[in-house]
Design a protein around this ligand. Structure first.
Ligand code: ATR
Length: 279
């Protein structure tokens, strides 16, 4: 069998996904390809999706701006994708098109890999900074994982309250503004930056200051361009452990690949290799 896989979105010409999935295909000893299927605003989205369906591709990733737009074209949604309200992975299985969201699980897998003890203690206090699509997926995966305290800090409170609704009964969530969050930083064991603040070409900005972060805390930034954001730099200078954004990219891809092929490939040294590509 030959796997036909790819990515839809716009703009995606510089996506790292082909590099990652072609690596995975080799590692799993599978035959296949991963292509870029860019859909721009002049294209008919419906027509482009129909073409992929007719070709009976095995699966594809979905990125900005189509993570919600794809939903009506699918036959089934995985429960997490349904809760999150966004799909980043589609698989053709048993005659049906099914949507998943692998971002949050990818984040948790990458954290588990780098900091296993942090994941085993569900009493660790977590702060998510930001309340966009990525924050939603990460919050959901952490709540499903059993973490008991997951607070959300955001510029716009209403967006954070929307995410807090996803909590399960054992999850406690406070919503904070960015100023309050900055003051409360010493109280968190894991801080996860999910906004686009600090991304190239505005790499000199931070969403809040980490001057008072606890020395034993873990600080994640989902931004990976630059690989070492100013936020991560501040975290390290203040003695915290840092967790790079590109590792989440790898693990969300690992989960997508597993959905398509039933093969769980190991990341091995791919995070170091990806770091070199990005630097
Ligand atoms: P994604 O879906 O990739 O997570 P998004 O939906 O655009 O991205 O979410 C962006 C997040 O970054 C939001 O939480 C946004 O805050 P608001 O909800 O107040 O809009 C946050 N964000 C973006 N730019 C920001 C800035 N300059 N300062 C603070 N927060 C910012």
């Amino acid at each position: 069998m030959k796997y036909t896989l790819g990515l839809i979105g716009f703009p995606i010409k510089h996506s790292l996904s082909p590099w990652i999935h072609e690596r995975f295909l080799k590692k799993a000893n599978l035959n296949g390809s991963y292509s870029i299927w860019e859909i721009n605003s002049n294209d008919s989205f419906t027509e482009k999706i129909e073409v992929l369906k007719k070709r009976q591709v095995n699966g594809f990733n979905v990125t900005v701006p189509y993570k919600q737009k794809i939903i009506p074209y699918l036959d089934e949604l995985d429960p997490a994708a349904n809760r999150i309200g966004a799909v980043n992975t589609v698989v053709y299985q048993n005659g049906k098109w099914k949507g998943y969201n692998t971002d949050g699980v990818g984040y948790v897998r990458s954290l588990e890999h780098k900091f296993p003890e942090a994941c085993s203690s569900k009493n660790n206090r977590i702060l998510i900074v930001g309340a966009g699509g990525a924050a939603r997926g990460i919050y959901d995966a952490l709540a499903q994982n059993g973490f008991r305290q997951i607070d959300i800090a955001n510029r716009t409170a209403v967006n954070a309250y929307e995410i807090a609704k996803l909590g399960i009964t054992s999850t406690k969530t406070n919503v904070l503004n960015l100023e309050e969050a900055q003051k409360s930083i010493p109280g968190y064991d894991i801080v996860i930056q999910t906004t686009s603040v600090g991304m190239k070409p505005k790499q000199n900005s931070v969403v809040l200051s980490l001057d008072h972060v606890k020395e034993t805390s873990i600080v994640s930034d989902i931004v990976y361009q630059p690989i070492r954001t100013k936020f991560l730099n501040q975290a390290e200078v203040n003695g915290a452990f840092i967790h790079y954004g590109h590792t989440m990219l790898l693990y969300q891809a690992q989960y997508a690949f597993e959905i398509w092929t039933n093969s769980l490939v190991s990341i091995d040294h791919m995070d170091d290799e990806l770091q070199l590509i990005l630097e």
